[in-house]
Design a protein around this ligand. Structure first.
Ligand SMILES: NC(=O)c1ccc[n+]([C@@H]2O[C@H](COP(=O)([O-])OP(=O)(O)OC[C@H]3O[C@@H](n4cnc5c(N)ncnc54)[C@H](OP(=O)(O)O)[C@@H]3O)[C@@H](O)[C@H]2O)c1
Length: 336
């Protein structure tokens, strides 16, 4: 099947208007079912999704091995259309903890060598540092990826969670296709400075956390018990009074969704998609059921009146709580 497409910047390929983010299949949101994960990737490819997003640190290589297996067992036609976007640089420890970022040129080459082998591919479609390494000028990191592009190991260069100044410096070093940024009805920080800069430079935004990690999906219940290894157990937005406040916003959204004959998640995804052709929502579906719901968002058309009522129900600064715990906020160049 074919889905509508959107360009990945002025220098990148066209990709499906919805990408599939694979993080939750290996990490961050508690345990996942491997067979269902593979089935979900296959269903996405079958439906026409061409952009798969992973990171070498998602489950310490587990996520890339999952992608490799899914691609190996997918029909050849689907496999050939799939574009794999890989983040690198996140450092882990054996207990699953996070211990900073390394984006030195020698680390870039090392991470890429491992990713190529784990993925079982001869090139990575889009390669990006997960965060700015504060010890390494962005020109050095991007320069090292540009060398991998010259050698054919990487096709395109992306960025993640960086601010306008870093984006400008990176784009002056080599062509950048897209910046991965958290963007949703309740995470709108990129609108003031980052989005104008990407638009000026012809760079797309691959938007993650479109459902604020499930919080604004309409499926997250107040009494949901989270596993010890679920990020949401530590996320300020999912705590106590913040959670209640945020779920009240979801109920406002639910009324609009009902009027539109859509689900809450579909309205949240469609809102991001409606922000511009240069924005490609990445959804973190890890089951076929959630994937199908997400794909349904592409059939939801929001006119000016719909957009106005959505933004009235959930104003730009409506969320209670930051989008990451303080220690992780400190790593975000995009928040400076
Ligand atoms: N660059 C970065 O810094 C960065 C950071 C985070 C993520 N990402 C990328 O972006 C992708 C998406 O991010 P995300 O997973 O955090 O965000 P998300 O799509 O906002 O949240 C995904 C979670 O929402 C819940 N959900 C409920 N209804 C859903 C539906 N219809 N479709 C999909 N999910 C639904 C699921 O939780 P349950 O399964 O528990 O119900 C799922 O795990 C990731 O997989 C990753 O590739 C990038």
């Amino acid at each position: 099947m074919n889905l509508p497409t959107r360009p990945l910047g002025t220098t990148g390929p066209a990709v499906s208007a919805l990408g599939l983010g694979l993080m939750g299949m290996s990490d961050v949101y508690g345990d996942s079912d491997r067979a269902e994960s593979i089935a979900t990737i296959h269903a996405a490819l079958d439906a026409g999704v061409t952009l798969l997003d992973t990171g070498d640190f998602y489950g310490m290589g587990h996520n890339e091995l999952l992608v490799a297996e899914a691609l190996r067992t997918a029909p050849a036609a689907a496999r050939e259309k799939a574009l794999v976007s890989v983040k690198f640089g996140g450092l882990r420890d054996p207990d699953g903890g996070w211990s900073g970022f390394d984006a030195r040129p020698q680390a870039v080459r090392n991470f890429a060598a491992y990713s190529l082998r784990r993925l079982g591919v001869d090139h990575i479609d889009v390669y990006r540092p997960a965060r700015l390494d504060p010890q390494v000028p962005i020109e050095e990191t991007v320069g090292a990826i540009a060398e991998l592009v010259e050698k054919g190991h990487v096709r395109h260069i992306g960025l993640s969670e960086v601010g306008a100044e870093t984006i400008r410096r990176a784009a002056a070093t080599a062509p950048i296709t897209d910046v991965q940024l958290e963007y949703s009805l309740i995470s709108r920080g990129i609108e003031d400075q980052i989005l104008p800069a990407t638009r000026e430079l012809g760079i797309s935004v691959t938007a993650y956390g479109v459902l604020s990690r499930g919080l604004i999906s309409g499926h997250f219940g107040r009494d949901r018990r989270l596993a010890a290894n679920d990020f949401r157990g530590m996320s300020p937005r999912f705590q106590g009074e913040n959670l209640q406040h945020n779920l009240d916003l979801v109920e406002r959204l639910r009324k609009i969704a009902e009027q539109k004959g859509a689900s809450v998640a579909q309205i949240a995804i469609a809102w991001v998609a409606a922000r511009g052709e240069d924005i490609v929502p990445l959804v973190g579906a890890r089951t076929r059921e959630r994937l199908n719901e997400s794909l349904g968002a592409l059939d939801v058309t929001l006119d000016a009146a719909d957009l106005a009522s959505i933004e009235e129900a959930v104003p730009a600064d409506a969320a209670a709580g930051e989008r990451y715990p303080a220690a992780q906020m400190a790593h975000l160049d995009s928040e400076r």
